[in-house]
Write a protein that binds this ligand. Structure first.
Ligand code: B4P
Length: 220
């Protein structure tokens, strides 16, 4: 079933009028980008992908981004301060360009504790209401299947076996820290990412609404 537009519109009200923000997390190939784009298209959310932003900056010839190109290809996280600076600039530009947006999905940011803390400060400063993090859970065999399939179509330099293994290890390494941080102060949900895109989409939207209801009941 495809959700009707504005399925999530009540969330804005529940955030006391502030723009709601969600972070999508997960191993590479778990579907963060795919689902972020769907929510953006169907619910009038903005979608900010850290990976896409870095790739765009490299293409534009931004020297700091070009300098980390090899790290990205190798499947390593790039410098926190670089990503944080880029995310902040893009967030401000997106908000200026989309005054009617209903919310924002941060895809692939934060990926560690330091980025998580910076994000909360950044959003507070920009009067954005952080609601919670959704982790997309997908078995390792399926991750390899998806990314090796994508490699044949899109030829992304980091979609090779060695890099995929490193990216999965990085996700595992930071998972517990992020889960503990967001569970304690905000919300953290595991969402089953197996199944077709529509099935996963339904689960995501349900989790987003559920996360928000908890926020409201907490504030009462
Ligand atoms: P990303 O661009 O975020 O790459 P990724 O983790 O591999 O996820 P991606 O978005 O591509 O995949 P998705 O889960 O959407 O990051 C790339 C690199 O940038 C990092 O390794 C790092 O170097 C750097 N970086 C990014 N963020 C950073 C940060 N915060 N700090 C430091 N460095 C950072 O999956 C997409 C694939 O799965 C597609 O092929 C899609 O068709 C398929 N798919 C999705 N849902 C499916 C479904 N339900 N069924 C079948 N296939 C599905």
């Amino acid at each position: 079933m495809v959700s009707s537009p504005k399925y999530l519109s009540s969330i804005t009200t529940n955030c006391c009028g502030f723009m709601p923000a969600y972070a999508y997390y997960g191993a590479p190939g778990s579907g963060k980008g795919t689902q972020g784009l769907l929510v953006a298209e169907r619910e009038r959310f903005m979608h900010l992908s850290a990976g896409d932003l870095l790739r765009r900056k490299i293409q534009e010839g931004d020297p700091a981004a070009v300098a980390v190109k090899e790290q990205m290809i190798n499947g390593e996280l790039v410098d926190d301060s670089l990503v944080q600076g880029l995310i902040r600039g893009e967030l401000i530009a997106l908000m200026d360009a989309n005054p009617d947006a209903k919310g924002i999905v941060l895809d692939g940011f934060p990926r560690n504790l330091s980025q998580a803390r910076t994000l909360i400060d950044m959003l507070t400063e920009l009067s954005i209401c952080f609601v919670g993090m959704l982790n997309l859970d997908v078995a390792e065999e399926e991750i390899f299947r998806r990314l090796l399939e994508r490699a044949e179509i899109e030829h992304r330099a980091d979609d090779n076996e060695v890099s995929i293994r490193k990216r999965i290890a990085e996700w595992r390494h930071n998972y517990e820290d992020l889960k503990a941080f967001f569970s304690a102060e905000f919300r953290f949900y595991n969402v089953d990412g197996l199944g077709d895109r529509e099935e996963v989409y339904e689960r995501i939207v349900k989790a987003m609404r559920c996360t928000c209801r908890k926020l409201v009941s907490l504030s009462k």
